[in-house]
Design a protein around this ligand. Structure first.
Ligand code: GTP
Ligand code: MG
Length: 228
């Protein structure tokens, strides 16, 4: 943790609110939600701590498979905005047994396809690994399973762990993490790089900031149109 930390966001409070495991259910929707998805160990929980400006509110681990439930964290910003940031179990740790069937695990699937208060999904990809079929499949799943009573989800692609690369390689590596029409935001849990643009995206997802007409990545459905 020796590298500089970027300017901090406007979070005034953040706390654990609820968790749902295989047998539990989440409380009824009350605030807009933005969820964090990606392979096990990619850094979802770490990114959430950084966004909430807390070191250990969300449990992280170097062992893949750390987060096994859907966890809601209530977050309040200085301007009064309140929302849930949602930590999701990772995918891709155990070899997918039925790869062609695009199964993400019952908990993750149920949350993504049924939670009507979900407004945005932040999809994390290791900058050294890039976007692979599993991430494309997840976007396809999201586009194909949006319930009728929910607006199209805003999707944000994040290239994580950029501090693992030499500074000179970071920019081109982040640029290489892309789905057509969807450039990635680079993030490092060590330096805090990426927190400000990510908060902008989150605020756009929950409707307190107008979408940037030039830079905003397309919603999942539009992305899939371009890739198919
Ligand atoms: P699961 O809950 O298992 O799906 O993992 P996760 O995606 O929540 O990952 P987590 O945040 O627990 O981080 C996994 C490991 O990667 C931990 O050892 C983190 O310290 C490390 N890590 C996460 N983000 C970064 C980063 O930006 N830079 C570096 N160097 N390490 C990171
Ligand atoms: Mg986790």
């Amino acid at each position: 943790m020796s590298e500089k930390r970027a300017a901090l966001p406007q979070v005034v409070s953040a706390s654990f609110a609820a968790a749902a495991g295989p047998t539990g259910v989440l409380p009824a929707p009350s605030l807009p939600e933005v969820a964090f998805a990606g392979r096990s160990n990619v850094g979802k929980s770490t990114l959430m701590n950084a966004l909430m400006n807390r070191h250990n509110l969300v449990r992280t681990s170097s062992t893949p498979g750390c987060t096994r439930t859907v966890n809601l964290f209530q977050t309040k910003c200085a301007d009064g905005l309140e929302l849930f940031l949602v930590d999701l179990p990772g995918f891709g740790y155990a070899q997918r047994s039925k790869a062609e069937r695009k199964e993400w695990g019952p908990l993750l699937e149920q949350y993504l396809r049924e939670r009507t208060s979900l407004r945005g999904v932040v999809l994390l990809v290791d900058v050294r690994r890039g976007v692979e079929q599993e991430e494309r499949d997840l976007l396809e799943f999201l586009a194909a399973n949006n319930p009728a009573n929910r607006p199209a989800l805003q999707i944000t692609l994040v290239a994580t762990k950029i501090d693992k690369l030499p500074v000179s390689q970071r920019k081109p590596a982040i640029a290489g993490v892309t789905i057509p029409g969807m450039p990635a935001i680079g993030f490092s849990g060590l330096t805090g790089d990426g927190i400000e643009p990510l908060w902008r995206r989150i605020r756009q997802a929950v409707g307190v900031l107008a979408a940037d007409p030039i830079k905003a990545p397309s919603p999942a459905a539009a992305v899939l149109e371009k890739t198919s």
